[in-house]
Design a protein around this ligand. Sequence first.
Ligand code: NAD
Ligand code: UDP
Length: 339
Amino acid sequence: MASKLSDGHAKKILVTGGAGFLGSHLCERLLAQGHDVLCVDNFFTGTRRNIAHMMGEPSFEFLRHDVTFPLYVEVDEIYNLACPASPIHYQFDPVQTTKTSVHGAINVLGLAKRVKARVLQASTSEVYGDPEIHPQQETYWGRVNPIGYRACYDEGKRCAETLFFDYHRQHRLEIKVMRIFNTYGPRMHPNDGRVVSNFIVQALKGKDITIYGDGSQTRAFCYVDDLVEAMLRMMSTAPEITGPVNIGNPGECSIRELAEMVIELTGTTSKLVSKPLPQDDPKQRRPDIGLAKKILGWEPKIELRQGLAKTIAYFDAFLSEEGSKSKTKARSRAVSGSR
Ligand code: NAD
Ligand code: UDP
């Protein structure tokens, strides 16, 4: 894989949304390859904690910035990940979500055009909406409710894809569009409401595990390391390869099966409880990754069980640390209150 510029210099690489779950793992891998990384984030869902271990590195730079505003920097490549990804977070301020995808894409593409950088868009399986075609192939145009609660995310991402392809056709920009399917792993936000983080946190706290609907809806879960590997491969493909390409793990499981696996792996005494199914919740989702195999020579390597075990270990450590922090705070409040 080409990791340096042809003159042997490290590349200067911009990662928008770099303090988020996927972005922080991507920054780490790019640093390990010897690049200079500029991480841009407004900390809407990302955290300092996710990037704290990279802050001291000379090749890592952080800029607090909202991608809905233009950005003037000099870079060789851009990974555009800035956008809240969990339904709770993207529905919190839906207008800002659409702006982040659409204005964010316009700003990032404008930057790429000016500095002649290759640019990769983190698109999503949500462009397929609640699909009638299963598994989903890139040729499927999708079934999205344009006025529903998920539309700010789905339509924002669809419009971003449109912009990427129009910049490619109109300005000959080198673009790479990846449609990412449900991805999980360490550094997911503990309160983002996504199913993997929810179930693990609930199990570790011994709380009820909340199954929305009857739990027969399916998803296919990809471990973060596999996803990042695909991103790096996609970025280094030949200029004529634009995507869109599906990236995900084709191992499909129902939400109930996922809950049972989390219960088994954590050894929790938590019980399953039913909650109403959110509006427009897709009934099934599984990527057809034939194209990714062909153009990237890629397929996921980490089994769900193995990836869940790593994610559980992360949340276990995270919750113990948070628990001891709040105990220390409570103790110091008690001490200052008793003076
Ligand atoms: P995340 O919420 O952890 O990361 C998103 C990051 O973008 C956060 O750090 C957030 O603070 C930042 N951000 C949001 N709005 C911004 C703005 N206006 N300006 C600057 N920064 C902003 O989510 P993630 O799971 O890491 O997702 C990263 C990208 O991958 C997103 O674009 C998402 O749509 C896409 N994606 C993720 C998944 C998945 O399963 N994780 C699936 C499909 C697509
Ligand atoms: N889900 C659930 N319980 C939860 C959180 C989510 O049953 O506590 C379900 C949700 O309704 C959906 C699936 O799990 O059917 C995946 O949800 P997530 O928000 O992780 O991703 P997305 O729906 O965007 O694929």
